[in-house]
Design a protein around this ligand. Structure first.
Ligand code: PEP
Length: 248
């Protein structure tokens, strides 16, 4: 049985003042019926961890593939762990686009995350041009093959399907389109990792909000969501947590 996960990605948003949203979230959802995760900017990981208690986990949005060294401006998986994090998002399409991150780098970062005892959330997803060209499933299979290292399990890895064209746009794929990708992810992961592939949680990400959460969470092989914009406000993210908690 896979434990459902509502994960929030604050991206480059949030100052110390924004922690009041987390205090509200924890007060309103002290014992949520699903796993809840917030990934703030690195500057807030420590402070957010102090507020989180047992109600939610905290994670980073990226890590370097080395544990220490001369890499100005980067942070390591070990540092995220040291600051109170348990998860790290890797291979987000904004990292792939803004920083030219390759599948091979994502795989190396994933191994670094595991070494530091972090759960890796590995993101995959097609661009709009790739969807229009009918190559969505092949693109995602290729990303999975090259971004997810051997050794991935249901405990150390979560996969997030995030169509690039749905992130921050208010547009989402149709429910059958989400189901098609998630079913294919499950088949591909199970073929490679056996029962561990079946145990891996699959998140949908891309313009999830309170008004579409119920139907997305009722979709085949969707075990939760990776939420950007709607995770910034306690009321919106709280409504998504409630929807996931009651989803079957
Ligand atoms: C994301 O950044 O992973 C994301 C899904 O963003 P949004 O929910 O804002 O589309």
């Amino acid at each position: 049985m896979r434990k459902k996960l509502a994960a929030g990605n604050w991206k480059m948003n949030g100052l110390v003042d924004s922690l009041s949203q987390v205090e509200t979230l924890v007060a309103q959802h002290p014992a949520p019926g699903c796993d809840v995760l917030l990934c703030p900017p690195a500057t807030l990981i420590s402070a957010m961890s102090a507020i989180a208690g047992s109600a939610l986990s905290i994670g980073g949005q990226d890590c370097h593939q080395a544990q220490t060294g001369a890499h100005t401006g980067d942070i390591s998986a070990q540092m995220i762990r040291d600051a109170g994090g348990n998860y790290v998002i890797l291979g987000h399409s904004e990292r792939r686009a803004d920083h030219d991150e390759s599948d091979a780098q994502v795989a190396a970062k994933t191994k670094a995350a595991w070494d530091a005892d972090l759960i890796a959330i590995i993101c995959v997803g097609e661009t709009e041009a790739q969807r229009d060209a009918g190559t969505t499933l092949q693109i995602i299979r290729d990303q999975l093959a090259s971004s997810v290292p051997d050794g991935a399990t249901g405990t150390n890895t979560v996969i997030a399907y995030e169509p690039v064209w749905a992130i921050g746009t208010g547009r989402t794929p149709s429910l059958p389109q989400i189901a098609q990708v998630h079913d294919d992810l499950r088949t591909t992961l199970t073929a490679r990792f056996g029962t561990q592939g079946d145990a891996m949680r699959l998140l949908y990400g891309g313009s999830v909000k309170p008004s579409n959460a119920d139907e997305i969470f009722a979709t085949s092989n969707v075990d939760g969501a990776l939420v950007g914009g709607a995770s910034l406000k306690a009321t919106d993210f709280g409504a998504i947590i409630t929807a996931l908690s009651k989803a079957h």
